[in-house]
Design a binder for this molecule. Structure first.
Ligand code: CP
Length: 308
């Protein structure tokens, strides 16, 4: 039985101090992984994925295996009793009998919160609809902190689908907690950041932001460019998706306009928004980002299981 049951539903569930402690722990794990290879012996992680995933689910499972623990779960709701009409609440009551910690992805906003309210073990939100994706945020913060050495006084450009991109919402939520960050929100009108992020997160925290249509107008000023995919699965009609999907394509010509120190991040999967020719540019760190995600998730599992 854990003394202090904690969940991670949004980045705000960790204080800035706790987030920094997690990133420091992730760095120590990266430097000496064998020191952590047995810490979760006898523990079980359940991965409950009601939506497709490659990175997040396998990153969680890799993290638990690297810590010496075991994994159970499903990668397709159709193979679970959700297909027979079982609610998330009931499923979680059952899974918390089997597992010590749960990671859940669900297409409905708020599903992870519902899960946490019905669980006797820690619940981690692995993405709830277009809302939040806090462990992608830990991945992104770990990448930026490891490669830039700081999370403050950065100029960050978010480009693409800022309306449905839950990784964008979570990362903005996290970065406004550090001083001096400036935000360029690069999207077509239809895919702007939701009003609540602008009003309740950016403006309320006193951070400046600009909304622009053209990536070329701001790329030269950025420390971080966070590219995103247009989220086909969240569009109401295919015509709008087709019209907007190739609006931004980062290619070698646009990279020439960027500074030498700018880093390109992307939560992945990529579709067309980053040309493959950019992959060999040393500023493109979206594949390294995936590795930083495993260390961040290892650190998070240790914290929520009170093993660190
Ligand atoms: N970044 C991310 O959430 O990727 P997956 O959808 O593959 O998990």
């Amino acid at each position: 039985m854990l003394q202090n049951l904690r969940h991670l539903i949004s980045p705000d569930d960790l204080t800035v101090e706790e987030t920094m402690q997690l990133l420091e722990l992730a760095g120590r794990i990266k430097d000496a992984p064998s020191a952590y290879s047995d810490v979760c012996r006898g523990k079980k992680l359940a991965t409950l994925f009601y939506e497709p995933s490659t990175r997040t689910r396998l990153s969680f499972e890799t993290a638990m295996i690297n810590l010496g623990g075991n994994i159970i779960g499903f990668s397709d709701a159709a193979s679970s009793s959700a297909a027979k009409g079982e609610t998330v609440s009931d499923t979680i009551k059952i899974i918390s009998i089997f597992a010590d910690i749960i990671a859940i992805r669900h297409p409905k906003e708020g599903a992870a919160l519902v899960a946490s309210l019905n669980s006797t073990v820690p619940v981690i939100n692995a993405g709830d609809g277009g809302h939040q994706h806090p462990t992608q945020t830990l991945t992104d913060l770990n990448t930026i902190y490891s490669l830039k050495g700081r999370l403050d006084h950065l100029k960050i450009g978010f480009c693409g689908d800022l309306k449905f991109g839950r990784t964008v919402h979570s990362l903005i939520d996290a970065l406004v907690r550090y001083p001096g960050n400036e935000f360029a929100l690069i999207s077509p009108d239809e895919l702007r950041v939701p009003g609540y992020i602008k009003n309740e997160v950016l403006t309320r925290s006193g951070h400046s932001y600009t909304e622009v249509d053209k990536l070329e107008n701001v790329i030269g000023d950025l420390d971080i460019l966070y590219m995103t995919r247009v989220q086909r699965e969240r569009f109401f009609n295919e015509e709008d998706y087709i019209r907007l999907k190739d609006r931004y394509i980062l290619d070698a010509a646009k990279m020439k306009l960027a500074g030498e120190q700018m880093l390109v991040l992307h939560p992945l999967p990529r579709v067309n928004e980053i040309a493959v020719e950019v992959d060999k540019d040393p500023r493109a760190v979206y594949f390294k980002q995936v590795e930083y995600g495993v260390y961040a998730r290892m650190a998070l599992i240790l914290k929520l299981l009170e093993l660190a």
